[in-house]
Structure formats: structure tokens, C-alpha cells
Write a new protein. Structure first.
Length: 183
């Protein structure tokens, strides 16, 4: 008998015991927090993901349920150099160990190359996918070579002229002061 698994409410222990695999292609609109980070989320952009369950040995030598998560997406971010759109390829390939409680997770997390999480009866795999995508975003997205010329100076040709033409509110007071001294 094969069991079906739901990514929104995943029984991680049963998923790992069955060595089951879930995969999907979701629209970016499904991931609200991620959509806020994008320049212009288009309805046709997708996130492809695959989750494979199985047992995995921790650095302590114990075996725990695990999920191997792989995610791929092309995300439209804002180039921090030219402020235009830059399509950024984001890939995630991580293992997650699921342990009985938070104390065990905290103890194993520092020693393990894998992420260690406390097991929950109805784990939300979709939320984990979104979290991992958010953490994989570059801190400063930018083009290798921007498609438009980027202005790298703050002054323009008419900068000095604009400063001279700018009204100086205390100039009239200074003039009165110098007139008073000459009298």
C-alpha cells in the first residue's frame, strides 16, 4: 500500500520511512514573502522543487528521518547598480535532519553539516521551500555588466551653476552686518 503525502502537512517520519519523493512546480505567487523581494513577479515564473525522504546518520552516529531538498528558480530581482531587473538563478540543495525535540536539535546543529530541525506532526514543506529561497537570495543582486550605462558620480555638469543660483537666506543678514561695521 502506497501512502500519499501532502507538502502542506507532511508527516516527516512516515515520509522518511517510506523513502518517498515529492516534487512540484509552483508559481511564485504561492510564496508571498518571496514575491515581496522580487522586482516584478510575473504570473508565468515558477519554482521547481524536489524533496526525497529517508534515514540519515547524524554526526553523533544516530540515525534520524531526513529530507533532501532541491529547489531551482529564476527570480527577477533589482540590480543594485543600475536599478534595472536582473534575472537571478537560485539553487538550493540541502539535507534536513529531524530530531525528537528542540534541545536535541540545538545540540546537533552546531556539529552537523545538515540543518537539524525538531520533528513536527504536520510539517509545512512549502514554508521550508520559501524560507530556503529567501535565504539563498544574494545580498546585493547585480548584473555582471549592466545593460545601461551606470552613472558613478554625484555631480552633474551644471552642479556648480545650480549652487550659485541657489538663494542664500543668510546673505542679506551678512550684508547688513558688513554695512553696520562700515558706518
Amino acid at each position: 500500500m502506497s501512502k500519499t503525502f501532502n507538502a502542506q502537512r507532511l508527516d516527516v517520519a512516515a515520509f522518511a520511512d517510506a523513502r518517498a519523493v515529492l516534487s512540484g512546480t509552483d508559481t511564485l505567487q504561492k510564496y508571498e514573502r518571496l514575491a515581496h523581494e522580487l522586482q516584478a513577479p510575473a504570473p508565468d515564473l515558477t519554482v521547481g522543487w524536489r524533496a526525497a525522504g529517508g534515514p540519515r546518520k547524524a554526526s553523533s552516529g544516530s540515525v534520524y528521518p531526513s529530507i533532501h531538498l532541491q529547489i531551482e528558480a529564476a527570480l527577477p530581482l533589482t540590480c543594485q547598480r543600475c536599478m534595472g531587473e536582473v534575472i537571478t538563478e537560485v539553487e538550493v540543495d540541502r539535507h534536513f535532519l529531524f530530531v525528537p525535540d528542540e534541545a536535541t536539535a540545538a545540540a546537533l546543529d552546531d556539529m552537523s553539516d545538515d540543518d537539524v530541525l525538531a520533528i513536527a506532526p504536520d510539517f509545512n514543506l512549502a514554508a521550508l521551500i520559501e524560507d530556503e529561497l529567501l535565504m539563498a537570495l544574494p545580498l546585493v543582486p547585480r548584473h555582471d555588466a549592466c545593460p545601461v550605462a551606470v552613472r558613478l558620480e554625484t555631480q552633474s555638469d551644471d552642479f556648480d551653476g545650480a549652487q550659485a543660483a541657489k538663494r542664500q537666506p543668510f546673505a542679506a543678514l551678512a550684508a547688513l552686518r558688513t554695512e553696520k561695521k562700515s558706518d
